[in-house]
Design a protein around this ligand. Sequence first.
Ligand code: 5GP
Length: 216
Amino acid sequence: MSPHLEQPRKRRGLLLLISSPSGAGKTSLSRRLVTDHADLALSISATTRPPRPGEEHAREYFFVSDQEFDWMVENGELLEWANVHQYRYGTPRAPVMAALDAGKDVLFDIDWQGASQIAQRAPQDSVRVFVLPPSMTELSRRLNARAQDTMSVIETRLTNAYGEIAQWKLYDYVLVNVDYDHAYADLAHIYHAERLKKERQAWVAPFIEALLAEKV
Ligand code: 5GP
């Protein structure tokens, strides 16, 4: 126990931006990290892409029409948005702000364009992680194995993967998802270490002031 520490310790929330080519495993890694951490909220994006079998409105995405997406853009409802694989995807602003106000961190499963836009606006608060497949052959195998998309969609995603991977230098961390559990452990370590940075620990300065004022 310390007489100088308030509970809970005040922190500044971080924005964890995770990107990867489709099929590299970012979505399962992201969802598991959110499930394992009560104070990490997942940003649910809006998209004009139609739902895949099994996807639910407001769980995987807010599935919206082109008109609804236009409205969100025009009304400043999105923190960022981008064209990805022929559809539009964007991050609704209000839930992110609400989560940060509530002292939570926020995880974004978004492409490199969105990650860049958010990191430009909030450089101190952003942590960017890029997830890579072990090989392009394995990426193709994973995309085909999940059997969620048509052949032409898979081909577009595979072709686009080359351009996405070329953006790796924008990221703070690069993970190669050879083994899912190993990649998850690395992601969790990154998240835990980033949370501990002194810039994100609002309690540190007053604590040190109190330590230095304490006479023994
Ligand atoms: P999918 O259609 O496979 O769910 O997602 C396609 C791509 O769009 C993925 O790379 C995903 O990370 C990205 N994406 C999802 N939501 C957003 C978003 O809100 N903004 C941006 N810029 N990209 C997103």
